[in-house]
Design a protein around this ligand. Structure first.
Ligand code: ZN
Length: 449
């Protein structure tokens, strides 16, 4: 299966073998229950064989079949709180019919590793484990504990990390966390690195149900009270409404630094945002980009609609779902109040569909970002570090919400258009995989030396 002459270092070779094992286990909901447990158990055995003490390597889970791996690289004389390094063991489902290769087999082709999870984020798991084994083999003595945490259900609920924080906090408590599953080195189409993205904030994901009722009856005798019209009027208001501009530290610094690389027509608006001049008319142009607009404000958009029971009956009920991505400095309760006030006159109720996990932006702390910037500068000289807020939500939101600032520093160099996470033919460029692994090796050392 493996093509070409192999000139891998022992760590690269080990990481490939780990990745092949992880990809072969279907850890999506389509897989047998217990596959994250099996993945976690196998990684635990590997770390123990490499010399990590039994007591420092644990597998535990919220539900039967869930496996979260927690492994501690212990310092003899810790001088600071631990650093937590995270990724997740589960993956989204893959239909073999939409793939050119077997999604459950690591295939090397044209300079890429193919397979479900290679990019999101079994590759991240493999590189962290290979680095832990490398550091131990080299006799590295950290001056603070380093903790690996690989979770079981990031793609579906984040219930396991929430549970670990509530029930097993001492196992994973840390000064801060570094996440392989966010942040990247942005490559230009010609392959040159442009920026080192660090995810420091996530928007809050929250859906609200807008509901109305009416008496119903025969559609040949319509009256004025109609649940469908009420919900339609409410949705028209939601469409017209814009939440105010509100920049957090991450978004402001993002625009400040991005202004230098922005297209000319967006640069004035980006500079205004970077200087927190929120009433500058140049910002209007920036807001025409849905991506950039979402960094500036909370957004809410209609995503589902249901109502009526028969084509010849007046509706008794109508319901729409509005999905909001809320700025992390705001709250679901504040947005619910805004929506309720907005549609109150239409006779429409507003209620959250599910509780929303909430975590504040992580501070742009030089004790964390300094070492990240230094290692990024060694490997990709001259590119700026860009703090990023993603639309949410990863396990990071639970950690941030529990007071553990979290930084996504995936460090995989990639053209943003080549990101195949959750897609058919998911893949990671082999050279990029090795570079990210080297970045994590150097960063881990630097933070604990
Ligand atoms: Zn992921």
């Amino acid at each position: 299966m493996w093509g070409g002459a192999s000139a891998l270092t022992p760590t690269e070779d080990l990481a490939r073998d780990i990745l092949a094992e992880l990809v072969a286990m279907d850890t999506s909901p389509a897989g047998d229950t217990g596959r994250t447990k099996e993945s976690a158990d196998r990684l635990a055995a590997m770390l123990k064989r490499a010399g990590f003490p039994e007591a420092d390597v644990q597998v535990l889970g919220l539900n039967p079949g869930d496996g979260n791996l927690i492994a501690r690289y212990r310092s003899r004389r810790p001088k600071q709180k631990p650093v937590l390094l995270i990724a997740h063991l589960d993956a989204v489902s893959a239909s073999p019919f939409t793939w050119d290769t077997n999604p459950l087999q690591l295939v090397e082709k044209e300079g890429y590793y193919y397979g479900r999870g290679t990019r999101d984020i079994k590759g991240g798991v493999a590189m962290l484990v290979a680095n832990f084994i490398r550091l131990r083999a080299e006799g590295f003595r950290p001056n603070r504990d380093l903790i690996l945490l690989f979770t079981a259900d990031e793609e579906y609920s984040g219930g396991n990390v929430d549970w670990l924080l509530k029930e097993h906090r001492p196992l994973i408590d840390a000064a801060f966390a570094l996440n392989t599953d966010a942040g990247q080195v942005d490559l230009l189409p010609d392959g040159r690195p442009e920026a080192f993205g660090v995810q420091t904030a996530e928007k809050i994901y929250a859906s609200f149900a807008l509901e109305a009722s009416s008496p119903g009856g025969h559609s040949s005798r319509p009256g004025p009270d109609n649940a469908i019209y009420k919900v339609a009027r409410a949705l028209a208001r939601v469409e017209q409404f814009r939440f105010p501009r509100d920049l957090n530290e991450t978004a402001r610094v993002y625009f400040e630094r991005w202004a230098a690389m922005a297209p000319p027509e967006l640069a004035p608006g980006a500079r205004a945002l970077g200087a927190a001049r929120l009433d500058d008319p140049a910002i209007d142009t920036v807001e025409e980009s849905p991506y950039l607009n979402a960094l500036i404000r909370t957004t809410c958009v209609a995503t589902q609609l249901r109502g009526g029971s028969a084509e010849n009956s007046l509706p008794e009920r109508a319901r729409a779902v509005v999905n909001c991505r809320i700025l992390p400095q705001s709250s679901p309760a504040a947005v619910e109040t805004v929506l309720r006030d907005l549609v109150a006159a239409d006779g429409v109720t507003v209620a959250p569909v599910a509780p929303a996990p909430v975590g504040p932006p992580s501070p742009l702390d030089p004790r964390v970002l300094g070492p990240i910037e230094a290692v990024a500068g060694e490997m990709w000289p001259g590119i700026p570090l860009l703090p990023e807020m993603s639309p949410g939500a990863t396990d990071g939101v639970f950690l941030r919400g529990a007071g553990i600032p979290t930084y996504g520093v995936g460090a995989v160099p990639e053209d943003p258009d080549d990101d195949t996470s959750h897609a058919p033919n998911e893949r990671i460029r082999i050279e990029a995989f090795h570079q990210a692994m080297e970045f994590w090796y150097r960063l881990t050392k630097r933070l604990a030396e």
